[in-house]
Ligand binder design. Structure first.
Ligand code: HEC
Length: 110
């Protein structure tokens, strides 16, 4: 019985550790990105959707992270239908950017 309990606790802590990373990206997305890109990444009148987004699906995490870190403005802008630029996220750590980009990839459908 004691042994069984130990296995249960171990499985539980693995499950919690596993979801913590995903939760981070989701939490960052919610607080820093969702206002423009939509709560479910569906896009808004201000910014493009991540759902089904080919750039997010096909680009490496490193390439997407560069867009998040440096933003995309002026002549670099890809979507002329959105008046504003993608603001550079200069204060975000590389770990946070990485986590949020992984989360975006799940929104895009990989
Ligand atoms: C103030 C509104 C705003 C916020 C906040 C914002 N974005 Fe953006 N984002 C944009 C706009 C507008 C574009 C489109 C830029 C363009 O025309 O190329 C964009 C583009 C992008 C792209 C490129 C998409 C593509 O199809 O090329 C990525 C990736 C991205 N944003 C990630 C993020 C992440 C991650 C966050 C949160 C940390 C975030 N954005 C927060 C407005 C925003």
């Amino acid at each position: 019985m004691k042994k069984l309990l130990g296995v249960g606790v171990f499985a539980l802590s693995v499950a919690v550790a596993g979801s913590a990373l995903a939760a981070d990206g989701a939490a960052i997305f919610k607080s820093k990105c969702a206002a423009c890109h939509g709560a479910e990444g569906q896009g808004t009148a201000m910014a493009p959707a991540f759902k089904g987004n080919e750039f997010i699906k096909k680009s490496s995490v490193a390439d997407i992270s560069l867009v998040v870190k440096n933003g995309r403005a002026g002549a670099e802008k890809k979507y002329k239908q959105f008046a504003i630029a993608m603001p550079a996220q200069k204060t975000m750590s590389d770990e946070d950017i990485h986590a949020v980009v992984e989360f975006e990839k799940t929104l895009a459908g990989k």
